[in-house]
Design a protein around this ligand. Sequence first.
Ligand code: HEC
Ligand code: HEC
Length: 295
Amino acid sequence: MLDLLEKKPVILLLLSALVIMIGTAVTMIAPFTWINDPSLKIAGVKPYTPLQLEGRDIYVREGCNNCHTQTVRPLVADVARYAPGSTDGYSKVGEFVYDQPHLWGSRRTGPDLARIGGKYPDAWHYKHMADPQSMVPKSNMPGYAFMRQPLDSSLTERKMKALGFPYTPAELEAVKGKTEMDALVAYLQKLGNDIPWRKAAAAAPLVGELKNPYTDNASALNEGKLLVSQNCAQCHGEELKGGIGPALTSLARPEGEIFSTIFKGRGGMPAFGDTLGREKVWKIVTYLGSRTGKK
Ligand code: HEC
Ligand code: HEC
């Protein structure tokens, strides 16, 4: 049979073209039929506002996508890191319906940003963008302090029209007088923030018993102190007297609640559960307790 084919070059050519076309259809054309399926849209995901869109353009202009991806892959480690509190929180097509062009990227010199929205307060971003090392000492991200310059808003309306995004005159007016940094931070805070399951995951209570295994354990206290200076001081201050986040020197809540806040994060306070793990979070709670309760 193969012998026969080799002796008939025209038929061989036609058959191999057919095989390649089937491959093309499966990998390229087939996805088009389901990628535009309206049921894959995510209701909470909204188009960009004028300010967010300008921020997105600055992100593209500066090539942030050369160091940052914007897609959470369906791998256990990716989901644990970028979609805390969920098991299937990887990126879905519906998250990108307003992204033209998409900014998935292919390099992760820095972390993925698909879900950066809401992870930190605005104030953290302003400091981090201007001088990354002030927030993350070992960061090799370049500083962008020059973005405090005024934003060029002369084309904003035309951009919104070209993309067909809805906008109000008030939103357009609000862009005037903003800095490039304002726009970029508005964009970052939008990323992934409107996916409904994120709110559900944040509101769900932690499973398992919330009992501190380390009460008054001296080595846990020391480790807790170190963990706090490494992970919390940038926002709560070196002495925990407050900064971007509130003071932690007079926490009067039950330990279980404090554990839960640190584990799951909440409104501008990042989640530490999936990166530090239960034991370390309890050590932190133990240290915080020693700072507040007894003294
Ligand atoms: C040379 C590579 C590089 C470039 C370019 C770069 N970054 Fe980063 N970025 C990093 C690294 C590394 C980190 C992790 C350390 C840190 O938080 O500073 C990071 C962290 C971040 C974080 C915090 C992520 C998190 O989950 O903690 C944000 C937000 C961010 N970058 C935004 C930007 C934006 C916006 C731009 C473009 C204006 C940009 N980066 C350009 C390397 C880069
Ligand atoms: C990126 C900044 C940031 C970092 C880093 C951070 N926090 Fe927070 N934290 C906040 C903000 C903002 C709030 C206020 C959240 C709110 O109002 O819901 C907060 C709130 C809290 C609260 C609740 C305070 C209260 O009065 O109810 C606790 C406890 C807390 N943080 C502990 C920690 C610990 C422990 C760490 C380190 C493991 C940490 N935080 C790291 C920003 C941060």
